[in-house]
Design a protein around this ligand. Structure first.
Ligand SMILES: Cc1cc2nc3c(=O)[nH]c(=O)nc-3n(C[C@H](O)[C@H](O)[C@H](O)COP(=O)(O)O)c2cc1C
Length: 424
């Protein structure tokens, strides 16, 4: 016999399943008494994590975000073997010889007193550029991966200078390698903007519109535009990208940052020959900022593109299934992880899948679509919050007041009227 799991519902503690209008599935025991839903858990099917995004089928929504975890054949193969839903390779460009990295190029922020070395890593700055490997080498590896893993989703990340012919050549060559989709890096905040690339395009809507026009006229596979958070209103470039034909938006890339100043040497970190340059901030500390940006884009997409053809890939500080669930509750179709893999390894995907399934079981969700976007409706303006609170206070006062006089008792509202004057 199936074991019974009880879950208290009602009042201010209603579950997301409840507010999202989900019913008990057929075969489950109906509610036995008011305030409790009785769930049969023993015979419940495992939640289905698979998603289909712009026609691309993935076993789960977890995608390797562009960066070190997608730098070469060996690590991308490892990602597929461990079970990642898709892999986005490190950003490539036509002329890798122009890309010259420095070391050290990372600096970490730890929680705890005075950034104690034992503190948990919560922030990660990098001044790494895009891939410094020859394009031809990367393309060969993409081809080999697609031959060996034909059913898995491989996405190329690309970036070029402000030159239509260069973008067209890059798209053409990348597509010939057999990748399933392309993500455009309009968002790297350091190094590349000096060549009018990356965030330099993503921060300038007129430039973005022109470049997206070139890209979408050329590309024959789905295109995602990766947005920079280093802009006042992220919905503006996201809207431009979708309007000019991109199938999806990814957000966020890293946040412009200075990790710190060494108080002994007075030099900034990460320190290269005594000097530094602002870099990109990622990891747990950026998650709340990423949630806000993803929420804004999701609201814009819901009001202007409420369909399954335009998709949203959320990125920023994901290390748990709960972090991913938050993004999906805001409307994300997929969830990317970059720094989390650098800290915990490729096996992290197993923990992410297990934790996301746990969350789904807790709420009786069978598929990702059952809860995608369910929390978006609870974001409103501050003015609206004030009005809602004033109304709630007014109602609470009215209830507390009870009846002014015995003549106010009614037949229909008799029970409620009695309750309104009870003190416990
Ligand atoms: C070391 C490092 C290198 C990165 N390189 C790229 C890149 O080449 N292209 C890109 O689009 N994003 C790049 N990113 C950004 C990540 O893909 C991601 O958008 C960002 O780090 C936030 O997600 P996270 O907190 O999961 O890392 C890089 C991030 C890090 C930490």
């Amino acid at each position: 016999m199936a074991s019974l799991g009880m879950k208290q519902l009602g009042g201010g503690n209603r579950s997301v399943a409840d507010v999202a209008g989900l019913r008990c599935r057929p075969g489950l025991t109906p509610p036995s008494r008011v305030g409790f839903r009785v769930l049969a858990s023993g015979d419940r099917a495992e939640p289905d994590l698979s998603v289909t995004v712009n026609g691309l089928h993935m076993p789960n929504p977890f995608v390797i975000g562009s960066g070190p975890p997608g730098t070469n054949y060996t690590v991308m193969r490892r990602a597929f073997d461990e079970g990642w839903g898709a892999v986005i390779a490190k950003t490539v460009s036509l002329e890798a010889e122009k890309v010259i990295n420095v070391t050290p190029r990372y600096a970490r922020l730890r929680a705890g007193v005075n950034g104690s070395a034992k503190g948990q890593i919560i922030g990660w700055e990098n001044i790494e550029l895009i891939s410094d490997r020859p394009l031809e080498t990367m393309l060969k590896e993409f081809k080999q991966l697609k031959e060996e893993y034909p059913d898995r989703i491989l996405i190329a990340s690309i970036m070029e200078e402000y030159n239509k012919a260069a973008w067209e050549e890059l798209i053409d060559r990348v597509e010939q390698s057999g990748v399933d989709a392309i993500e455009i890096n309009f968002s790297c905040p350091h190094g590349m903007p000096e060549r009018k690339m990356g965030a330099a395009v993503g921060q300038d809507c007129a430039l973005l519109e022109e470049v997206c026009g070139w890209i979408n006229a050329k590309a024959t596979v789905p295109v995602w535009a990766k947005m920079t958070p280093n802009i006042t209103d992220i919905t503006q470039p996201a809207r431009v990208a979708l309007r000019t034909g991109c199938e999806g938006v990814s957000a966020i890339n890293t946040i412009m940052s200075v990790m710190g100043i060494n108080l002994d040497t007075l030099r900034p970190e990460p320190c290269v020959e005594g000097y530094s340059t602002p870099g990109g901030y990622s990891s747990k500390a950026v998650h709340p900022i990423a949630l806000a940006k993803v929420m804004s884009i999701a609201k814009m997409m819901k009001s202007e593109y409420d369909d399954k053809d335009h998709t949203l890939s959320a990125i920023g500080g994901v290390e748990t299934g709960g972090d991913a669930a938050e993004f999906i509750l805001l409307g994300a179709d997929t969830v990317q992880v970059c720094t989390g893999v650098m800290m915990h390894g490729y096996g992290l995907v197993k923990k992410l899948c297990a934790e996301l399934k746990e969350f789904m079981k807790m709420h009786n969700f069978s598929t990702i679509e059952d809860f995608r976007g369910a929390s978006l409706q609870y974001f409103t303006t501050h003015t609206d919050l004030v009005q809602r609170q004033q109304e709630a206070i007014r109602q609470r006062k009215a209830i507390r007041k009870g009846l002014q006089s015995d003549k106010d008792w009614t037949g229909d509202g008799f029970v409620k009227e009695s309750e309104s004057m009870v003190s416990n």
